[in-house]
Design a protein around this ligand. Structure first.
Ligand code: HEM
Ligand SMILES: *[C@@H]1O[C@H](CO)[C@@H](O)[C@H](O)[C@H]1NC(C)=O
Ligand SMILES: *[C@@H]1O[C@H](CO)[C@@H](O)[C@H](O)[C@H]1NC(C)=O
Ligand SMILES: *[C@@H]1O[C@H](CO)[C@@H](O)[C@H](O)[C@H]1NC(C)=O
Ligand SMILES: *[C@@H]1O[C@H](CO)[C@@H](O)[C@H](O)[C@H]1NC(C)=O
Ligand SMILES: *[C@@H]1O[C@H](CO)[C@@H](O)[C@H](O)[C@H]1NC(C)=O
Length: 377
């Protein structure tokens, strides 16, 4: 371990000295290096650090978004796609870099322009994900697995795993992606999609509507309780799992169609192929959560945040969130701050600056209701 670290350090010194081309490559991990070494390396590569949050888009009208400037294209080798059909689609249409590696500002702009997600919603999701899955030094995150394109990573225990990384943001009981314990945690799963089709046929009249969403959510919950001994349905997954069942109705239905019922072949296009239908228009007006639909889905069954306690069919409440029947915003905020601290126990220098700025950016989404936590003074 020490030997490897010394080797890396030797290569690093050579590169910083600018003497030799053979050196630490920009995507090599900096794990094992000391703080000074990391700072030295950071000084030698392009450290962008955190950037300000982009402003809300002004025009939130109905608009053609599968347009001439944003055609669907198949993947090129190395392109990253992951568990989020929204971001996957934006990347495959060039609203995000087609590589699937992007800055928080690019993600915020893309979800607003491409789908009309509200600025405040985009802010919270983007910075939560970026803090736990992104690279604070280069300001880049993969929407799929880890990628060389995000540049050199800060030292372990930081991970910079991208959105496919299990347990930080990505979690269990997804609609179309398997639990990490049971299979592939980020690719479209046909078996799961067929279950969604069956439910939509049974209670949605052949479409994915709020009734179908409620039953899909419950069926996926029950399946994980029955088959995944490591099933984790506590926060933050508890909070994201319900909202995500509404997103398809909010964002994947053409803005000219006011039905709140999503055609299943259109849904497959987004979820499987990261593809908008021909002539697709984004929704009219920004979408900031869908309170009514959320309540309908949340209240259709008796949910509480918890986990399978070491074996299947052993779902218990998470004692920490006991009594938190609804999604508690401040606890959720605190949870993401805590995960950030676990990944970056004692950051210094440019790394600390970048983390602090991103924590400030994330807090903007909670400033009206929570007290700010400052873990890295
Ligand atoms: C704002 C930035 C966004 C980030 C960082 C993000 C990230 C993620 C992640 C990590 C997941 C996986 C969670 C899991 O199922 O375990 C996910 C799921 C999902 N996202 Fe996004 N997302 C964003 C915006 C959007 C948008 C704009 C849409 C729709 C247009 C969307 C639609 C969905 C849906 C439908 C799922 C659930 C997939 C499933 O359960 O099979 N997301 N997202
Ligand atoms: C989830 O997917 C990512 C990306 O492929 C993979 O690196 C990771 O090992 C998976 N997580 C688990 C727990 O299987
Ligand atoms: C897809 O989902 C089914 C049902 O949960 C599961 O049995 C299968 O292993 C999954 N496939 C992959 C590749 O994860
Ligand atoms: C979903 O569609 C079915 C079949 O048309 C309908 O009975 C049900 O009321 C719809 N659900 C909602 C919430 O509109
Ligand atoms: C989980 O199981 C262990 C071992 O049986 C037990 O001590 C603990 O109380 C359980 N936790 C909860 C929250 O039920
Ligand atoms: C966050 O960490 C603090 C300090 O360890 C702890 O007191 C608190 O309960 C944690 N909160 C969450 C939501 O995990």
């Amino acid at each position: 371990m020490l030997f490897i670290a010394l080797q890396v350090y030797a290569a690093l010194s050579i590169q910083l000295g600018g003497v030799l081309a053979v050196a630490l490559k920009p995507y090599d991990s900096l794990a094992g290096l000391s703080r000074d070494e990391v700072d030295a390396f950071a000084n030698g590569v392009k450290v962008v650090g955190a950037q300000p949050v982009p402003p809300p888009i002004k025009d939130t009208s109905l608009k053609l978004v599968n347009d001439a400037l944003h055609p669907w294209r198949p993947l090129s080798p190395g392109d990253q796609r992951g568990p989020c059909p929204g971001l996957n689609t934006l990347a495959s249409h060039g609203w995000l870099p087609r590589s699937g590696v992007a800055t928080p500002a690019q993600i915020m702009d893309a979800v607003q322009n491409g789908f009309n997600m509200a600025w405040s919603t985009a802010l919270v999701i983007t910075y939560a994900a970026f803090l736990v899955d992104g690279n604070p030094l280069t300001n880049l995150m993969s929407i799929g697995g880890s990628s060389r394109l995000t540049g050199p990573s800060p030292p372990a225990p930081a991970v910079v795993g991208g959105l496919s990384r299990h347990g930080t943001f990505e979690g269990d009981a997804s609609m179309t992606r398997s639990d990490a314990f049971l299979g592939d945690n980020h690719s479209f799963n046909e078996t799961l999609f067929q279950q969604l089709v069956a439910i939509s046929n049974a209670v949605g009249g052949g479409k994915y509507n709020v009734s179908a969403a409620a039953e899909v959510r419950f069926q996926r919950f029950q399946d994980s309780v029955a088959r995944n001994p490591t099933f984790d349905f506590s926060n933050p997954r508890f909070a994201t799992a319900f909202g995500e069942t509404i997103f398809p109705m909010a964002f994947f239905i053409d803005g000219r169609d006011k039905s709140l019922a999503l055609d299943l072949e259109v849904m497959r296009g987004f979820f499987q192929d990261s593809r908008m239908p021909v002539d697709f228009h984004r929704r009219d007006g920004a979408f900031d959560g869908g309170g009514t639909e959320f309540d309908l889905i949340f209240n259709s069954h008796d949910y509480f945040p918890g986990f399978n306690n070491g074996s299947v069919n052993n779902f218990v409440a998470d004692p920490f969130f006991l009594g938190t029947q609804t999604v508690a915003a401040c606890a959720l905020y605190e949870k993401f701050v805590n995960t950030t601290v676990e990944l970056y126990p004692s950051p210094s220098g440019v790394l600390r600056d970048a983390l602090n700025k991103n924590l400030d950016n994330f807090f903007l989404g909670f400033a009206d209701q929570c007290t700010q936590i400052k873990p890295f003074p």
